[in-house]
Design a protein around this ligand. Sequence first.
Ligand code: BDP
Length: 724
Amino acid sequence: MRFFTRLLLSVLFCTCASAGAAPASEDGYDLWLRYRALPAAEAARLAPHARAIVAPATTSPMLDAAIGELQRGVGGWLGTAPARTDEVRAGAIVLAMPATRGATAAWFDGLGQEGYRVLRTRLEGQSVTVIAANTDRGLLYGSFAYLRGIATDGAQKAPDLRSTPRLPLRLLNHWDDLNRHVERGYAGASIWHWWNLPDILDQRYTDYARANASLGINGAVLNNVNAKPDILTAPFIAKAAALANVLRPYGIKVYLSVRWSTPLELKATATADPLDPAVAAWWRAKSDELYAAIPDFGGFLVKANSEGQPGPHDYHRSHAEGANMLARAVAPHGGIVMWRAFVYSEDKPTDRARQAFDQFTPLDGQFDKNVIVQVKNGPIDFQPREPVHPLFGAMPRTPLLMEFQITKEYLGFSTHLAYLGTMFEETLRTDLRPGIGAGGQAATVTRVLDGTLDHGQATGMAGVANIGTDRNWSGSHFDQANWYVFGRLAWNPEAGAEAIAREWAAQTFSRAPRVVDTVSAMMMASREAVVDYMTPLGLHHVMGTGHHHGPAPWVDNLARPDWNPVYYHRADKAGIGFDRTAHGKGGSGSAGQYAPALARLYEDPASTPENLLLWFHHLPWTYTTRSGRPLWDELVHRYDAGVTAVAAMQKQWDSLAPYIDPQRHADTAQRLKVQHREALWWRDASIAYFQSINGLPLPAGARAPAQSLDDYKALKFPYPPGNG
Ligand code: BDP
């Protein structure tokens, strides 16, 4: 079809849509890269500036990917994809590198290897849109940024963008098993079809890569941290190599999780002792084999001596000795080792929240250069709210990588709407040395990651993926936003959760201000609502055993004390909360692991942020909180606030029915309904339990739980997703 006929059709279509017809149904597969036909006025603004794509004559897979995406995007919006040419002409989009004829040197200033500049300017006398970068990778990211700009602003302004990533490692961690089960996955099976690989390549692999490249995500750990030895056998290396070939044009490197005892279990060595020469030689040879198959292989991720996984401690060697042995195997190829700090011991009776710090800080300075210690955002385990992990800022001679969990293991799976941007941002913005940066730059977690705090090496962020075979990738439409915000914050940790929510909403649903305002308002309040109805005031780990679905604060019979909710909330007749103040005051001492200025805040209930009160303190039920309410009343008040907030989200979403396509609107409405029911359940079961402990009456006006405590305790959940 000729361009103008198409344009006319899209004009007609869009006029109908704005005249009141409901938007056409969508299944969410396209994520935020929807490129639906633009309304007439917007198409008319864009068309004269997107007539062709001018690209360097030398081609590369990444350059082709960039051009392919520009053609797909502009083609979707206007009806005709701009052709590729090597001649500059008026109204073209020019992909420029420093060698491009007529290019201005200043365009490339400070862009480094990954940055881009997008601007409307003149080249060879013609008015053009330039996407400039020093590398084809920069052009890929610049092309996506150009498309995002139009998707969010409707081509109102001439593009003028410049960005470089703040962190070099922007990685997804897939907890995907080789049988396609996804540990803590709530969006179907693993997208990696290991059985069919390497011969059969699913279109999803390419679309996954496009989505990641649009955010700047540049690495993927393909398999679960609870790894099997098989991943390092020749057939699986060939499968991983096939995936690497699909992901490479989108700038994504492949990494693998490895099991410490692999050579022993594959019967190639008699031990897995890192200091045994045969073990080191095996890992060197295996690395050579990996790099022969995947020349740009990223490296290894290791969960060792954690939750029953083998590790160097089995041979009385330290984490550093173990990590360094692996690091030396990949170093000749430029690979890295990401060694996880998620450890807590089976036989130590000390507070679990302090164990990683206790084990790792003595090792600061002992790791090889290409080892990065990967630390979860908080010291326990991805709870709805945790304080920052005390290791950040405490290992000045060791690069630390942030591990966030995008999949919502503890925040309602993919049923509850919880935007994690605010949670990630809360961690990244935490000032590790409050007061000390006064007048200067605060000692934020971001600055640990970008290396400026201790003048170390810039690292990055890893996000435990929420991606699966569900048609919409993430289980729910709103969970796509958590993948999105992770990627955007990994690129720029200071981009702002709200700004990111708004741009996601505009691309995913509609640019209409009413939609963007309402959707982003829902998102911004959503995580706090979950905290309120699940774990208010610093409570944590009070969810159901194993699957982590629903409330179970009463559980006290698990093998290890620190698996039991009662270990964490410590409620008794007199009070509630975990005393983590100094030993001298009777606490576990973990507040003292923070830098002195932060530790001082946490040592005193009066200066502890109220949202972490019961994380750090055991307080009487009568303790006066900042609202003036006694602690018990405040707790009940928070549970109620959480439920009320979900009801408010339902109303907000209902009000958007005319603006959102029926399929995605109905799906989200159903989930919100379940969320409301489950928020009430959390509230009622928690109140019923704590009341059975403290024997206090409910605060005036508070509604009694709908059922008895025994009813809540009796609930069973066979076959939960993501577990086992
Ligand atoms: C916990 C999960 C468990 C993971 C573990 C980890 O419950 O499935 O294996 O973390 O991070 O959150 O290793």
